[in-house]
Design a protein around this ligand. Structure first.
Ligand code: ARG
Length: 459
């Protein structure tokens, strides 16, 4: 390959097979806005250091602007088969556009510090755009939670009905998890505050550049502290991939709930036709593909994290070509979530909760806990009250009934402290525990959660 910038040192052209393996241009072209920003900052630093004239700088910046326009139109087609990666592609085109001044631009820098910087700039954008999407989904869930604040719902443990809660409280659990993910992404962002540019290939830069100025120009707080570490690490990539994998995990678990609830067996929710999919063979099918894909794609998100961690774990210090493997993982993770989150938002917005079905499915035994509380309030020690309630459950079991079908006489046979009041309680309306304890499912707690979450969303 005659086009390689480093070709003069070699006596044979690169094998085509090796070139195919080595080239990152087919995927790293997506870094173009960031690579151009890096070159702008570097050009300006070289100018300040006396390595570029004012005219050189103007011509280079003009060339970089034109390249930006070309990239915006052509995307990956901008690069030629001779371009090894995004950095070499831009260098080639800048030489065509700017001529001789372009030859001076790579002084004191390396693709190693460029790519480390590009990656952080990409991740910064990705974190912010994902945070906006996460908040979009959270906002929809929050609206739905508020609307269902008074809807009784069976909270499950071990996938067995455990305690009646407000459906709103349960939906707020998802929003709370998303808020934690948003914070994690903010933490990731806060740690992307050191600029690697100026670290050179591994030992720092020969050019006498003002690294603090470069960092500020690119929106970082400060320059990275150690050139070997700066070009050889991808900690921020791993942080980002973990934050995204955990976000995926939350979306996946929520999706699993909705998949179950939309089944005939549960029937708690019905998907809107605009967000469900059909079968090519079975005429009646209405499938929850969006939730299944959320669950399925989480495997990829976790896989991308594992791939990068495994790539990093055996590397010697400094830059190694293995690090090129970070790109596809981070692009795939960011793009996967950017596709998934809006689809989830639409789906969650459109689905309906079948309140009557939910109520019919709630087993009357969920009221036995209330019965215990009633007995405790009458002075019966908890463990004794609990045993009384257990015997009520057993009595109903033996008759093949639910506890709400037991007569007053049945109840009295279990324990003479039980009577009409107990029968009324077991047959009565659903009541959600309303002790007002913070973080619980009482109306007061739900209100407090909604206020705090709305504040987070900036509503
Ligand atoms: N395409 C490379 C990467 O993504 C850029 C750095 C190449 N550095 C080098 N010395 N060959 O990691």
């Amino acid at each position: 390959m005659a086009g390689k910038v480093w070709q003069a040192r070699f006596s044979a052209p690169l094998s085509q097979a090796v070139d195919r393996l080595n080239r990152s241009a087919p995927f790293d072209w997506k870094l173009w806005p960031h690579d151009l920003a890096v070159s702008r900052a570097w050009a300006s630093a070289l100018h300040s250091a006396g390595n570029l004239t004012k005219n050189d700088l103007a011509v280079i910046v003009d060339g970089l602007d034109r390249i930006g326009k070309e990239f915006a139109q052509q995307g990956g087609d901008f690069l030629t088969p001779d371009d090894e990666d995004i950095h070499m592609g831009i260098e080639r085109r800048l030489l065509e556009l700017a001529g001789e001044p372009a030859l001076k631009l790579h002084y004191g820098r390396s693709r190693n510090d460029m790519v480390a910087t590009d990656v952080l700039l990409y991740l910064r954008d990705a974190c912010q755009s994902l945070q906006a999407e996460v908040k979009g989904v959270a906002g929809i869930l929050l609206d739905r939670a508020q609307a269902e604040a008074g809807t009784p719902f069976p909270a499950y443990t071990h996938l067995q009905q455990a305690q009646p809660v407000s459906l709103g409280h349960l939906l707020l659990a998802y929003v709370t998890a998303l808020q934690k993910d948003d914070r994690l992404l903010s933490d990731c962002l806060a740690r992307m505050d050191r600029c690697p540019l100026g670290s050179g290939a591994v030992a720092g830069s020969a050019a006498d550049v003002d690294r603090q100025q470069i960092a500020s120009d690119l929106g970082f707080k400060r320059p990275s502290a150690n050139s070997v570490e700066a070009v050889g690490s991808r900690d921020e990539v791993a942080d980002f991939l973990y934050a995204c994998a955990r976000l995926g995990l939350h979306l996946s678990r929520m999706s699993e709930d909705f998949i179950l609830w939309s089944s005939q067996e549960f029937g708690y929710v019905t998907l809107d036709d605009s967000t469900a999919t059909g079968s090519s063979m079975l005429p009646h099918k209405k499938n929850p593909d969006v939730f299944e894909l959320a669950r399925g794609k989480t495997g990829r998100l976790i896989g991308n994290l594992c791939a990068v961690l495994v790539t990093l774990k055996g590397l010697p210090s400094g830059y190694n070509k293995d690090l090129q493997e970070d790109k596809e993982a981070m692009f795939d993770t960011a793009e996967t979530l950017q596709t998934l989150l809006p689809a989830l938002a639409d789906t969650l917005k459109g689905l309906s909760f079948n309140r009557t079905v939910i109520e019919q499915r709630m087993v009357p035994e969920l009221k036995l806990e209330r019965l215990c509380e009633r007995l405790v309030s009458e002075g019966v020690p908890f463990r004794e009250a609990y045993r009384v309630a257990q015997r009520v459950a057993l009595a109903a079991d033996k008759k093949g009934l639910h506890v709400d079908a037991l007569t007053v006489a049945d109840l009295q046979k279990v324990d003479d402290r039980l009577g009409q009041q107990a029968a009324d309680l077991l047959r009565g309306e659903w009541s959600i525990p309303d002790s007002g304890v913070a973080g619980g499912s009482s109306a007061a707690s739900i209100k407090a959660q909604v206020v705090a979450l709305r504040q987070w969303l900036g509503d």
